[in-house]
Design a protein around this ligand. Structure first.
Ligand code: NAG
Ligand code: NAG
Length: 809
């Protein structure tokens, strides 16, 4: 995840090749009618030139297509891998993490189902409709309290006046992934304050893929019947709600695209009288509204309006499930849910052993929710990225493909991010290796022939709607940390140990992809000096950032060289590649492949002497560069509407170390490259524990408090992002390294152990404290107060707190 991605506007390159100056026609010697002796020559020349031009044209087309050419290697996830025949358990799920509650299948054109709600009889006109997770809704908190990623989930959504509970459970049967049911309850917090609320439950097709028809009894919507190529025939039962004095209505209509459901619902509402005195108006859906020129309805909503509390159930039944014993509702639903809860609780303790570590029930429930919201945040997306290479004048479409992935934040980043996903799968694989293998397989299949994987995946209309179109384009020069090697290290060992046929097939497809992926980093991201590496995509021409962003590194505004050039060398990237080479050597060895070159690269890049020579900045020898003046402005100009502050360079830049102690400086330690005996380890431990540098009572801050970059704005508008706040993925890596050094005999073993214990306690206690205080798990934490900051809920890598509690590294 890279927040500033949204502000990064890729420049379209101006290319001169196609407009190069040809010979001026007035000088053309054959232009004036001298004929014969030359005619043949001309003919041949034309032929030669034409074929040369065709050749050039083809070659240019080839160059333009490289970026969108899939890697020629067997895929890990086959076309039928997610189908209900091959993988029925995971066919249905809460795969729309951007909604408060939404279900869909893992078919590329799956119909979708979901919940909206709206408070009635208020003075807001029209009252806000809840549907997509939105920080602006100001909820007091929402989180999956339990979710196993496959078969059931229980979520609590806290509004100011009432609580919404969404529970779902699945039942296997038939040949289309079986049935599922959802129970949705609205409970007022204070029963003496009456709340009138409308709940909306809908079924929608993705365009014209399939059929939907309402089943009406006495003009009440009783169910929706449908059919779809991947789902067969199905029915969504919408039973009568348990409540008195309710009103019902419905909408049967058509939506061009799935991102329009909310707007169409609002447009399909009229005002009606709530009470017999006709003094109170409320909003009610208008019935059948199907435009003439469409094949039929594809969007059907049932609205129930009532005074809280009330509970409703929706029951999805697959027609191919012929021998169903019971409808999945009422007591059948309740007892199956109870069974799943028990299984979840047992498995949670078996996996993470938090009882054994003497955490309280309250803390364990927090950890269950953190894990569950990551699992409940797994989505299934289908579509293509917009990408661009130096050969494309305009962005081009990547091939269409599915992506099964967790997301960093349901409201704010509800899509796949490459480096986040490696961290996510540390936790996911601890819970369910099959889910992780599936996720990593999907990502690896998105690799192009160069070994590049676009780092932000914005697939399908629902995902696109969240990102302005000019920010969608991904560039093949820009990498992102290869964090999948973190979970793969253990996953691959386990696969080899299990010795299952399906795992062998998986590894056979995975390995060549990993090789190509590694090679992409090792060749395209290298620096000018041998064995140095550099993040690409820093824009030397930007004027509105004091220090041009390094989005590829994932640490957007973390200070780097003030003037991006190809002479930069980035120690974090070097360490990522050293680490990846080590894992590759391991994998290759266990698979009986050539491992020597990876081992050699790993050794070379981990060579502490070489590392020191290239990257160690000796204290006291720092060259200071004059600071840019505070907030210089554009010259005033009545035609210049762009009044943002820009950077001004006051003196010629010189090559030097960027002396900003922080997460990047720690990388040789974080990825365990520093030798256990190295005195550098001592310096690092000293800097980590210094409250004037990185230590806080809540975790390690991203930049030393004594750095000139600490807490500084990089642009006029963007508050410090990786310049002070505490990030949990980096604290996880740090704890993992401390643990490593505390287990190996060496001069700093005891020190590492005590730092480990203090840091672990600080991180865990603060995240729990903030969760209880605010209702949320946060994107990062303030280094002075420990307060949660940024987007929320953020149960991407902040959920690694579960592994920290469990001491699983
Ligand atoms: C899935 O597809 C593969 C390759 O196309 C095929 O070999 C396999 O039999 C298919 N599996 C099922 C259950 O259809
Ligand atoms: C990585 O690149 C270096 C050259 O920069 C090369 O010497 C080394 O063999 C490469 N490693 C692998 C595993 O390909």
């Amino acid at each position: 995840m890279s927040k500033n991605e949204l502000r990064h506007r890729p420049k379209t390159k101006q290319r001169g090749a196609l407009t190069s100056n040809g010979p001026d026609s007035s000088n053309w010697p054959y232009a004036h009618g001298r004929m014969d002796p030359y005619a043949k020559v001309i003919g041949i020349s034309v032929l030669v030139i034409t074929s040369a031009l065709i050749g050039i044209f083809r070659y240019q087309q080839y160059l333009r297509d490289i970026v969108i050419t899939p890697l020629d290697s067997p895929r890990i996830i086959l076309d039928n891998s997610s189908s209900p025949d091959v993988n029925p358990e995971k066919f249905w799920g809460t795969y729309r993490p951007h909604t408060y509650f939404g279900m869909k299948s893992r078919h590329k054109t799956s119909p979708v189902f979901g919940l909206m709600w709206m408070i009635q009889l208020t003075n807001r006109m029209p009252p806000p409709l809840r549907h997509w997770c939105n920080q602006g809704d100001g909820l007091e908190g929402y989180i999956w309290q339990m979710h196993d990623g496959v078969s059931f989930g229980i979520q609590e959504i806290r509004e100011k006046l009432y609580t919404v509970k969404t529970e779902f459970v699945k039942q296997a049967g038939g040949s289309h992934g079986g049935d599922w049911s959802a129970r949705i309850s609205f409970v007022p917090k204070d029963p003496s304050t009456p709340v009138v609320l409308s709940s909306f439950f809908y079924a929608a097709l993705d365009g014209d893929n399939g059929k939907l028809e309402p089943v009406l009894v006495n003009n009440r919507l009783r169910s929706v019947r449908g059919s779809h190529e991947g789902l067969g025939d199905f029915e969504l039962l919408l039973p009568k709600v348990e409540s008195s004095g309710q009103k019902e209505s419905y909408l049967v209509t058509y939506a061009n695209q799935l991102d329009q459901l909310e707007d169409i619902s609002i447009a399909g509402m009229g005002v009606e009288a709530w009470d017999s005195a006709r003094t109170l108006p409320y909003f009610s859906l208008a019935g059948r509204r199907v435009p003439k020129d469409v094949p039929g309805p594809n969007y059907i909503v049932k609205q129930v309006t009532t005074t809280l509390p009330f509970t409703m159930e929706v029951v999805f039944q697959s027609a191919s499930f012929a021998d169903r014993q019971n409808q999945l509702s009422g007591n059948v639903f309740s007892s199956l849910l109870e069974q799943r809860k028990k299984e979840f609780n047992d498995r949670f303790e078996e996996t993470f052993r938090l009882n054994e570590k003497e955490y309280s029930e309250r803390e364990i429930n927090f950890a269950k929710a953190a894990l569950s919201n990551m699992l409940g945040g797994i989505g299934y997306f289908y579509g293509s990225s917009l990408v661009q290479s130096s050969y494309n004048r305009e962005p081009v479409s990547y091939w269409e493909a599915p992506l099964y992935t967790a997301v960093p934040s349901r409201p704010f980043f509800p899509r796949g991010f490459l480096w986040d996903e490696g961290f996510h799968n540390l936790l996911i694989s601890a819970w369910d290796q099959e889910i992780s293998k599936d996720i990593i397989g999907h990502w690896m299949d998105l690799m192009n022939t160069e070994g590049w994987i676009p780092r932000e995946q914005i697939l399908g209309p629902e995902a696109r709607k969240k990102v302005p179109s000019e920010f969608v384009v991904q560039r093949n020069t820009n990498a992102n940390p290869p964090t999948f090697f973190l979970p793969l290290q253990r996953l691959i060992k386990n696969m080899i140990k299990s010795n299952k046929q399906e795992d062998k097939v998986y590894l056979t497809a995975l390995y060549p992809r990993l090789k190509t992926w590694f090679n992409y980093y090792n060749t395209s991201q290298n620096g000018k000096l041998p064995f140095t590496y550099r993040w690409h995509g820093r824009d030397p021409t930007v004027t509105k950032q004091l220090n041009p962003l390094t989005l590829a590194s994932g640490l957007d505004d973390y200070p780097r060289a003030s003037h991006p050039t190809d002479e930069e060398r980035h120690v974090d990237l070097r360490c990522w590649i050293a680490f990846a080479a080590g894992v590759m050597a391991d994998i290759a060895r266990t698979l009986g492949q050539d491992w020597q070159e990876y081992e050699a690269t790993h050794k070379l890049l981990s060579d502490n002497k070489l590392l020191d020579k290239l990257h160690w900045s000796p204290k006291g020898q720092q060259l200071e560069k004059p600071k840019p003046p505070p907030n210089p402005k554009h010259p005033h100009n009545s035609f210049n509407m762009d009044m943002d502050k820009i950077r001004v360079v006051l003196s010629e830049p010189t090559l030097q170390f960027v002396n900003a102690l922080g997460y990047v400086s720690l990388f040789p330690f974080l990825l365990r490259i520093v030798d256990v005996e190295s005195p550098k380890l001592n310096y690092i431990l000293r800097d980590i524990t210094d409250p004037n540098k990185l230590w806080t009572d809540y975790g390690l801050r991203s930049i030393s408090r004594s750095s000139k970059f600490y807490g500084r704005y990089n642009t006029e508008h963007d508050p410090p992002y990786w310049r002070g706040p505490i990030w949990i993925n980096m604290n996880y890596l740090c704890l993992s390294a401390l643990r490593h050094y505390s287990l190996l005999p060496g001069p700093y073993q005891d020190k590492a152990k005590s730092v480990y214990e203090d840091l672990r306690k600080n991180v865990v206690q603060n995240i729990i404290k903030e969760y209880e205080r605010t209702g949320y798990i946060w994107e990062n934490y303030h280094d002075k107060t420990g307060e949660g900051k940024g987007s929320h809920p953020f149960t991407g890598w902040s959920a690694l707190v579960v592994l920290i509690m469990a001491e699983k590294y």
